[in-house]
Design a protein. Sequence first.
Length: 78
Amino acid sequence: SGTVESATVILDKMSGRSRGFGFVEMSTEDEAKKAIEMFDGKEIDGRKVTVNESRPQKPFQENRGGGRDFRNDREKSW
């Protein structure tokens, strides 16, 4: 399926255990697409895996408490 340039398993900072996902960088875009086609939905070590292109990380938000920040999220009324 191609040449793997790097592979990183994402770990939980507190426990040091795998968070269940990681990133693999392939040599070329074509090789990456072939790897996605080859492995997406397949079972590896008894677990079905999802393989897709990574998405850009969402920007950090100050109010990560889970609630809405009503100061900045009000509809304007006239």
